[in-house]
Structures are given as structure tokens and as C-alpha cells.
Design a protein around this ligand. Structure first.
Ligand code: G4P
Length: 539
């Protein structure tokens, strides 16, 4: 088969949600439909429960499960679907953000009882930034949840995206009757406990079709009223708006009951985008280009604690990846051959001989890779768009054993390459500040520095609100700013200048007081700078 056909067949996406909304359950149902697993319960939740937050071994054990299921490939409806797993716990949100850079679309799961939760908003922010097509699945309709119209309003208001229901629930909780599919005009009747597909799907010609009254008794009138309201209030669904990331279609169902899931999957396979073009520092790379290119978006260490091996996950962006072929690691300017590239499915791992755009391959790594590294067939390019986010928790790294300084430096360098945390070196005094998105990462760092690098350290609390990258068109202005604020300036590990703000107030003041300096809240600023020059605050 020509590899262009392979591209047409690929759909690479992630399911994201606030913990407990039903991501794992939905994933499992998808895999059941795809025939990738045969029994429910085969996919373990990868969430790290709060009660174990200080027990790193437990985190590792649980993360071990999530690694094994990092990328789940399955066939459905003639397509090859790659579902990338994301950690549920918010302290690992950066892992999720990075995974979002490797997918072409997203399914967002929202609990109908809880509505939009904090983490959902943040994940959605990242999707919006990337103009990522998003489908929303409102889950747990078998429970008494919020009114669906109110929920749609809430989705629009809190997620800042237009929504368009494509299915509609008929009552909910104990009286949940089923879902009316607005997209293909059919009625799926709910029978609790179903294990395979919605039990009965009936075609509906129009709202006067007697099939509605016959099957829904008293609920038919309400449905007709609701549908009339929807058709009046919402514009007809345009796939293009969805693909542009401007409109999110919404489905309702109950993942645990496997209800509404097939409708969701069927529509997803119909409308979800094929692998798209990706930006590099030089040019856009089209997936249909003949030469292979790929980007490392995630590194996972400690698959086997006896060997310090890591797996670098590479998304194929163009051409064909082949086992045993020499590829150029562009940052190191080094040719590397991969003898045992792997794909993962559940606890199984298998060798991959070839992979196509949209696929993800796991490469065994002995320390060559950093997040964002690019592999090509010789062209010197670097893929862009894998940002680091401004961290939220900061601590000072204190070396407890000066005779092990080298081990500590090496360890912290490698762990930051993996994206476990970010390191900032303060210009005055050379103080090392470690920034993360959650407290759990400090446990992870300390444990790994001790066990893998034989280094002893301690983290001292530091009251810091944010670290943001700073740039200026005028070098002189930057120099002056850095002198003026010398005690607040640091560099990240790539040498970029960073401003350390103690409080929201100081940051706001500084942004006002120094209009010649641009403050960036993600490390993606280099690319963004080329695109726009107005204002001095950037996301
Ligand atoms: P997550 O990955 O997003 O964190 O969520 P997960 O799928 O683990 O689901 C969280 C809980 O919600 C699970 O219950 C799961 O069974 C339940 N759940 C998922 N979908 C539905 C649904 O449609 N309706 C209802 N009522 N519950 C649903 P748990 O008690 O935490 O775990 P378990 O013992 O059931 O596995």
C-alpha cells in the first residue's frame, strides 16, 4: 500500500478529562470495539490516587501501568486508530500537555454531575492554543446530573469554545431513556448494564415519526421540544468549524454502561482529522513527504530499574519510519540506527518494522534524547511546538554531598531533559531553582536522583509565583532590565532569560512598568515571536 493511503487511514488522538470523569472507562470501551481487548477491566486506570501522593514507589508502579498502555493502536472501521494515553493526575499535567502535541485531535470527557472542572479548563486551554479539533463526551448520564442545556452553556462559557450537540439525552439518572442522535437521526434506547453496544438503535425519519412516541412514552414530548430548541438555537453542524478547532460537537452517554460510546466512535472516525502538517524551525513538514521525519514528545525512564533505560516516544510526522535504517538526530548531528523500535499495547510490547505519519514508536534510549528532538533522513530541522509551561511550584535545589556534585548535575540535567521538571539558574549566586507543575514531581526527582544517580539533595521551599521567559527587540533595553532586576533574573537550561516573579502583583506591575520587555508563559515564544509582535504579554 502506498504510504499516502496509510496516512488517510490514521487517526491519532487522546482522551482527556478531569480525574474520575471516565477517561479510563471510555478508553476501555473503545478498545473493546476495536477488538484490541476482549474483556472489560483489561485497562487499568493510570491515575495516581491522592492517598499515595508521598509514596513514590507507588507512583512508579502506577506509572508503570500507564507506560505500558501509553499508545494504544487498534483497527476500527477500516482505520488505524492511535489512542495516546494521558496521566490523569494534575501534577503530571505537563505530560498531558506534551502528549497533546503529538495528536491530531482530542476527545474531552466531562462528568454530567460535576460539569466542567478546573483541570478540564486548563487542558482545553492547551487545545485552543493549538487549534486542536475537540469532541466533548458528556458522561455518566445514568446519574442525576446537570440540565443538559445548562451544561452546554457552561461548556461554552468555561471552555471558551462554541459547542454543538450532536446527540441529545432523553431524561437522565434513574429515568434515563436513551439518546437521540441529531447527526444521523436515530434513537438509541438505554438498557442499563449493556456490555457491547447500545441495545437498540432505531432510525427516526423526523420528529413526527411514531417511533418516538411508541418507544419513549411520556418522554417523547420533552425530546421533541428539546430538539426544536436545539435546531433553533444552534447552527447546523459544520465539520470545517470542528476541524478548525472553533466548534466542539457534544455527545451524551454513559461510558460504564457502554452507552453512546459507539455513536461517539463512529462519528469520530467519520470527522476526525488525518495526520496534519507540523511546523519546524525551517518550514512546515507535510505528512505526505517521502522522507521520514519524527519528533520526540515524551521520554519515559525506568521501565526496567536494573538498567537505566529510557524509552523515547517518537511521533512520525512524515514519510516512513523503518527499523534498522540510519536516521539523523538533528540536535546531536549524529546518525543513529534503531534495532528494536517498539509499539505498546496493554502490557504487551512488540517490535515495529515500519511506521507511518500519525504512528508513535518507542525507541530505547541511553540518554541521547530530549523532548523536542527531531529525527530525519538528513535534513537539519527541529520540530517546534512542544512547549514547556511556566511552572507553578518552585524549590531551591541543595546539594547534600559536595563530593557528588557531578552526579547531581548529570541527574538533574537528564531528568529535566525528560521533562520531569524545569531548572532555572539564578544569575546572582548561581542558585539552582527547580520548577514543576505539581508537588509530586519533587518526590519523583529526589527519589530518582538518589537511586539512579547516587546523588543526595534536598529541596528548600521558595515563595515564587511564576517564572516567565522574557524577550525584547531592543538588546539595550533587555540589558538594562536585567541589571535593574538582577536578583530576579535566571536562565533556563537552554540559556533563555527568565524573570522570577514573587507574586501576581509584582508580575502585573512589572509587565506594566517594562513595556519594552515581552513576558511569555510558555517556552513556545520563539515561534510565536516570529508570527506576531504586538503587546508585551504572550501565552
Ligand atoms: P478517569 O480515568 O477519568 O479517572 O475515570 P474512570 O474511567 O476511572 O472512572 C471513574 C469512576 O467513574 C469509576 O468508578 C467508573 O466506574 C465510573 N464511571 C465511568 N463511567 C461512568 C458512567 O457512565 N456512569 C457512572 N455512574 N459511573 C461511571 P470507580 O468507583 O472509581 O471505579 P470502579 O471501581 O468502578 O472501577
Amino acid at each position: 500500500m502506498d504510504y499516502r493511503d496509510e496516512i488517510q487511514k490514521r487517526r491519532t488522538f487522546a482522551i482527556i478529562s478531569h480525574p474520575d470523569a471516565g477517561k479510563t472507562t471510555l478508553t476501555e470501551k473503545f478498545l473493546l470495539f476495536g477488538g484490541a481487548i476482549q474483556v472489560a477491566g483489561a485497562v487499568k486506570s493510570n491515575k495516581i490516587r491522592k492517598s499515595t501522593s508521598s509514596d513514590f514507589m507507588d507512583i512508579e508502579r502506577q506509572r508503570g501501568i500507564s507506560v505500558a498502555t501509553s499508545v494504544m493502536g487498534f483497527d476500527y472501521s477500516g482505520l488505524k486508530i492511535n489512542l495516546l494515553d494521558t496521566p490523569g493526575h494534575k501534577d503530571f499535567a505537563e505530560d498531558t500537555y506534551r502528549t497533546l502535541t503529538a495528536v491530531d485531535s482530542v476527545i474531552l470527557v466531562v462528568d454530567c454531575v460535576k460539569g466542567v472542572e478546573e483541570q478540564t479548563e486548563r487542558l482545553m486551554e492547551v487545545c485552543r492554543m493549538r487549534k486542536m479539533p475537540v469532541i466533548i463526551f458528556v458522561n455518566k448520564l445514568d446519574r442525576e446530573g446537570k440540565d443538559p442545556f445548562a451544561l452546554l452553556d457552561e461548556l461554552e462559557a468555561t471552555l471558551s469554545i462554541r459547542v454543538r450537540p450532536l446527540s441529545w439525552p432523553i431524561s437522565m439518572g434513574t429515568s434515563f431513556q436513551g439518546v437521540y442522535n441529531l447527526y444521523n437521526k436515530s434513537l438509541a434506547l438505554f438498557r442499563p448494564g449493556g456490555t457491547t453496544v447500545a441495545d437498540e438503535v432505531l432510525a427516526v425519519k423526523n420528529l413526527d415519526d411514531p417511533v418516538l412516541d411508541r418507544n419513549l412514552d411520556n418522554y417523547a414530548a420533552q425530546l421533541k421540544e428539546d430538539v426544536a430548541l436545539i435546531e433553533g438555537a444552534y447552527e447546523p453542524f459544520a465539520v470545517k468549524d470542528y476541524l478548525d478547532g472553533a466548534l466542539a460537537p457534544v455527545f451524551f452517554g454513559s461510558a460504564v454502561n457502554n452507552f453512546g460510546v459507539k455513536e461517539l466512535l463512529d462519528t469520530f472516525t467519520e470527522i476526525a482529522p488525518i495526520p496534519g502538517s507540523r511546523p519546524t524551525d525551517q518550514r512546515m513538514v507535510d505528512p505526505a513527504e517521502k522522507n521520514f521525519t519524527g519528533v520526540v514528545f515524551k521520554i519515559h525512564a525506568n521501565l526496567d530499574p536494573r538498567h537505566r533505560d529510557r524509552i523515547a516516544f517518537v511521533r512520525v510526522c512524515s514519510g516512513k519510519f523503518e527499523r534498522n535504517k540510519m536516521f539523523l538526530h538533528t540536535r546531536m548531528n549524529k546518525n543513529i540506527r534503531f534495532t528494536s523500535p517498539a509499539s505498546f499495547m496493554g502490557a504487551r510490547k512488540s517490535i515495529v518494522d515500519e511506521a507511518f505519519p500519525g504512528d508513535v514508536v518507542g525507541l530505547y534510549d541511553t540518554g541521547h534524547f530530549k523532548i523536542g528532538d527531531t529525527l530525519t533522513e538528513g535534513e537539519k530541522i527541529m520540530f517546534q511546538g512542544i512547549p514547556s509551561f511556566s511552572p507553578e511550584v518552585f524549590k531551591v535545589l541543595v546539594n547534600l554531598d559536595p563530593s557528588k556534585s557531578k552526579q547531581l548535575s548529570k541527574g538533574i540535567a537528564q531528568l529535566t531533559d525528560e521533562g520531569v521538571a524545569q531548572l532555572f539558574t539564578q544569575q546572582q549566586g548561581n542558585r539552582k531553582i527547580v520548577g514543576t507543575v505539581g508537588l509530586l514531581q519533587f518526590d519523583v526527582l529526589q527519589y530518582r536522583l538518589e537511586h539512579e544517580y547516587n546523588a543526595a539533595c534536598r529541596f528548600e521551599p521558595l515563595a515564587l509565583f511564576k517564572a516567565c521567559w522574557i524577550t525584547a527587540d531592543d538588546e539595550g533595553a533587555m540589558e538594562k532590565f536585567c541589571q535593574f532586576k538582577a536578583d530576579r533574573i535566571a536562565v533556563d537550561k537552554d540559556g533563555n532569560l527568565v524573570f522570577l516573579a514573587e507574586s501576581e502583583w509584582t508580575l502585573r506591575n512589572m509587565i506594566e512598568a517594562a513595556p519594552e520587555i515581552t513576558f511569555h508563559f510558555t517556552s513556545e515564544f520563539k515561534r510565536k515571536m516570529q508570527n506576531s509582535k504586538a503587546g508585551n504579554v504572550r501565552s
